[in-house]
Design a protein around this ligand. Sequence first.
Ligand code: ADP
Length: 232
Amino acid sequence: MLRPVLGSARVSRAGGRVLAIADFPKDDCFGETPETSTRDACATESPESGFNQRCNCAFLHDFLPVRRAIYPGSFDPVTNGHLDVIERARTLFDEVIVAVAINDQKQPLFTPDERLAMLRQAITIDAVRVAPMDGLLVEFAASEGAHAVVRGLRAISDFEFEFQMALMNRKLDPEIETIFLMPKEEYTYLSSRIVKEIARLGGDVSAFVPSLVAEALAKKFNPELGNVAAVI
Ligand code: ADP
């Protein structure tokens, strides 16, 4: 059994990275164990069980490095598929920064401000920040102290481009890892492009996007309904 040692912390490292901090009893972390904590689980080292023990000690978070990932994209507009990827990323990382590409070659339907505002309203989980990104992804990641880039992978058709981009980013900055996450099956056919096409033709997109996005799309394609800004 792991013998708790009140008031001592031990940092274990591998290749310069902090893996874990041990040895606090769950209920006795200098009396600082929070009732509820937004980051209430951290891996602790145990000689018997490896790195899988959990504690909810606020004190330890002063030592643990924040695992931060960037989820970049156009988000023109955000769909339920994007939100699914964000939630999955949050189970792996302490913080996720959703980076909205500003200088997008794709000639987006929504302005950067509209895309940022829709994302901010649509994301309801904690420790996710939405930020504009102008320039190289690896530079943005480094400036935010992130070591991982998250991308969504839906089908084989995504693979070639994503593979190329991941390897290029690795060449530009070997410290940054790209991680691919698959959404729920029901979102694998979903893309911002298809959603825009359906909305443009007057179809119902409410099953694919948050309601404010469905409303914004309707207004974008039918200005008589009002201004997008009124929705977001
Ligand atoms: P980009 O222009 O970078 O492709 P997108 O907003 O289209 O921007 O997509 C951002 C990321 O989200 C990409 O990795 C894309 O593969 C992923 N993605 C988009 N739609 C979905 C979805 N329905 N399910 C999972 N991942 C998705």
